[in-house]
Design a protein around this ligand. Structure first.
Ligand code: CAO
Length: 413
């Protein structure tokens, strides 16, 4: 039996726009389920179904205007024996006969102007109910419906994003949307897309910066004697690759990491994976962006071999010839800006590693020694570490060891 469900008495309101259609053909509905939402200048109302059944046709569209008695839905009614007894026969007609109005339940007024929850957000009672059940504050949702109305899909999208953020481990962040500004209104601009490498490294750097509690510890090491040694060695080797400060540091790192193995580890869940290999990445500035080749088994390389390896890998990184395998497996990373300038900075940890060493430019400084100032070459070092794994004392001890090991190298060449 088909019946029409009608708009009930609206308390004197007429020609009220339909702002949401909540059912569709083929859908099975129960008595009291909301069919449409109407919104007058004074209130938002839901029209509930007076009968349960399968929706054959929806007789209104968005923005249609309805009054009491307007047909909303044509329904193929499902009636239990008990319900059948309660239904007044004249209001229910078979499809072959002209359709007659059925009983309509009073409209539910769910939102009135002045009520706190409707003050600034537009949403139908069903959507409000849905959001309430999920504990979602409507004020936080970006509306996509007409007249800035929040739809059910907006609530679902909001929840989806929250779940996604929680899966990524950054639940709890509630940030303002990124500003969308047309800069050309202020002056001339030029657009340049990020390179593929910039896009890739950018995403990883962002993740690491957000997910790892970084602490950066800074110190200086007096490398006057090491510099003399390096320069003398390089002068005596007119051919071949010269020794660089970076290669000394990589070598000294092996010894320092053996003393403090926590800094040569990865945090997996609640377990530390302590690595007994020493594969070190070093940041190379290329025309396409930052690339980090990994020198394997630094422990087994003599200083000149290490300098040669670093030089060749940097060259291949710059010419785009480094293989993906050569970018993998690092246990610690060094980022040296020494050839460019500057002193201290905050290098971002190259996850899943737990620490990274930033190297600044050596500067000759007056250092107090034996009652007088003497000029010494001071190398600035910035160690960023994951504070979940390395605490402040360990970080400081590690730096002390590294400084000591760097100077001990002088006796090894
Ligand atoms: N203090 C003073 N001078 C330094 C120095 C330091 N800490 N480190 C290097 N230099 C000098 C070298 O002695 C060399 O000088 P000479 O030509 O007079 O001998 C010059 O700088 C160039 O050094 P280099 O480039 O040959 O060797 P390197 O080991 O310092 O650098 C590499 C190699 C690959 C690290 C470097 O080329 C590079 O790409 N650096 C940028 C790394 C980077 O992008 N870091 C940031 C990552 S986060 O965005």
């Amino acid at each position: 039996m088909s019946i029409q469900l009608l708009v009930p008495d609206l308390g004197g309101f007429e020609n009220i726009p339909v702002i949401e259609v909540l059912v569709q053909p083929g859908q099975t509905i129960k008595k009291n389920d909301p069919l449409v939402t109407l919104e007058s200048s004074k209130a938002t109302m839901e029209v509930p179904a007076s009968h349960g059944g399968r929706v054959l046709r929806v007789l209104v569209q968005l923005n249609d205007r309805v009054s009491q008695g307007s047909p909303v839905v044509e329904l193929d009614e499902i009636v239990s024996t008990e319900q059948q007894a309660q239904i007044e026969i004249p209001q229910v007609v078979t499809k072959s006969e002209p359709l007659q109005p059925s009983v309509s339940l009073p409209a539910k007024i769910v939102s009135l102007p002045g009520q706190p929850f409707s003050a600034s957000v537009h949403a139908s009672p069903t959507v409000r109910q849905f959001a309430r059940e999920l504990g979602v504050p409507l004020e936080k949702i970006v509306p996509s419906g007409p007249n800035k109305r929040i739809l059910k899909t907006d609530v679902q999208q909001f929840v989806k994003q929250l779940v996604q953020q929680n899966t990524n481990g950054i639940g709890g962040f509630s940030l303002e949307p990124w500003p969308d500004i047309d800069f050309s209104q202020f002056g001339l601009i030029q657009k340049r897309p990020l390179t593929r490498i910039q896009k890739l490294t950018g995403a990883y750097l962002h993740r690491n910066w957000v997910r790892i509690p970084h602490v950066t510890y800074t110190d200086e090491v007096d490398i006057t004697d090491l510099e003399n040694h390096r320069q003398t060695y390089n002068e005596q080797q007119p051919v071949g690759v010269k020794l660089t400060i970076l290669s000394y540091l990589l070598k000294a790192l092996v010894a320092a990491l053996k003393t403090h193995p926590e800094l040569n580890s990865s945090l997996v869940g609640e377990e530390l994976i302590l690595k007994q290999y020493y594969h070190f990445g070093f940041a190379v500035d290329t025309s396409q962006g930052l690339v980090v080749p990994v020198v394997r088994d630094v422990e087994q390389l003599l200083l000149p071999q290490l300098a040669e390896r670093v030089f060749q890998m940097a060259e291949r990184a710059r010419s785009g010839q480094i293989s993906p395998r050569e970018l993998q497996g690092g246990s610690f990373t060094v980022s040296s800006l020494g050839s460019v300038g500057g002193r201290f900075f905050t290098p971002i940890i190259n996850a899943p590693e737990v620490a990274i060493l930033g190297v600044g430019r050596t500067q000759i400084q007056p250092i107090w020694s034996d009652g007088t100032f003497v000029p010494r070459s001071m190398l600035p070092l910035s160690l960023s570490y994951d504070h979940r794994v390395v605490d402040g004392v360990l970080g400081a001890r590690f730096m002390n060891t590294l400084k000591k090991e760097l100077l001990l190298l002088l006796n090894q060449i």
